[in-house]
Design a protein around this ligand. Structure first.
Ligand SMILES: C[S@@+](CC[C@H](N)C(=O)[O-])C[C@H]1O[C@@H](n2cnc3c(N)ncnc32)[C@H](O)[C@@H]1O
Length: 237
């Protein structure tokens, strides 16, 4: 099933979608005073959405004893980056090396091919975002950072553009990069393979790699890319 806009996929049932729509209507007509909205955001959490936050909480704990940056390949609306930033504020507010870097076209998929199968019915441009969204996200991440210690040091970066160009360019500019955690969520084969190949020399024994679509028949490209680069028998999943 596709979303109303931006040609993204959702796997919710129609009953779930109806309930979610009602939830959104209530959210939009929120009667809370402005200064009480953010502290009460939990009011609008569903088990599904909370589970995503808890998942990244568990993942973040795994990198606490390691050194290096967090990178997300496929940012879209940027929720993961924001959650990571909040977790850094909780767990290691003074770790200036724990940069959080996100790569995205901010114009949707780029580079779909035969390795991505046909089930998803997506095309280049699917999973796009609202126009100039990266500017809005940048501001959100900047506000997020301003509410944590050592906020005068910018510790996040949004890299807009096609992965095949932006990832190698970023790593050339930052040869000191060590990747502690990489979240793969491009969904599709070509940019995932490029990202894996590019970061490989920046990984260490113990780097954590997160894949959103592993063993996923709707988006087989991510598994194909992992198989061809690191090889499934060489890694613990
Ligand atoms: C499923 S969305 C990411 C969702 C996000 N991680 C989240 O948790 O909500 C996939 C993203 O990958 C991006 N993308 C796909 N192909 C790309 C490419 N070749 N270069 C850069 N970004 C790409 C799309 O623009 C899209 O925002």
């Amino acid at each position: 099933m596709k979303t109303e806009k931006h040609d993204a996929i959702v796997l919710s049932s129609s009953d779930e979608k109806t309930a979610q729509k009602e939830f959104v209507d209530y959210f939009k007509s929120c009667p809370l005073p402005d200064d009480e909205i953010l502290p009460n955001l939990g009011l609008y959490l569903t088990s599904k959405n909370l589970s995503r936050i808890l998942f990244f909480y568990e993942i973040y704990k795994k990198i606490l004893h390691t050194h290096g940056i967090i990178v997300e390949f496929g940012v879209r609306w940027g929720q993961t980056l924001s959650i990571m930033s909040a977790l850094r504020g909780i767990f290691e507010p003074f770790n200036r090396h724990r940069k959080i870097v996100g790569f995205d076209t901010f114009e949707g998929f780029k580079g779909m091919g035969k390795e991505d199968g046909e089930l998803c019915e997506c095309k280049d441009g699917s999973f796009s975002v609202s126009s100039a969204y990266e500017k809005y996200l940048d501001k959100i991440l900047s506000l997020q950072e301003s509410l944590n210690p050592i906020s005068h040091l910018k510790k996040y970066e949004l890299v807009k553009g096609t992965a095949s160009e932006t990832i190698p360019t970023y790593l050339k500019k930052h040869p000191e990069t060590i990747v502690s955690l990489a979240v793969f969520d491009f969904d599709i084969y070509a940019p995932t393979k490029i990202a894996l190949e590019a970061i490989r020399p920046h990984l260490f024994k113990g780097s954590i790699l997160v894949f959103d679509e592993l063993c996923d028949d709707i988006f087989p490209g991510e598994t194909n890319a992992l198989q061809e680069t690191l090889g499934l028998s060489n890694i613990r999943i």
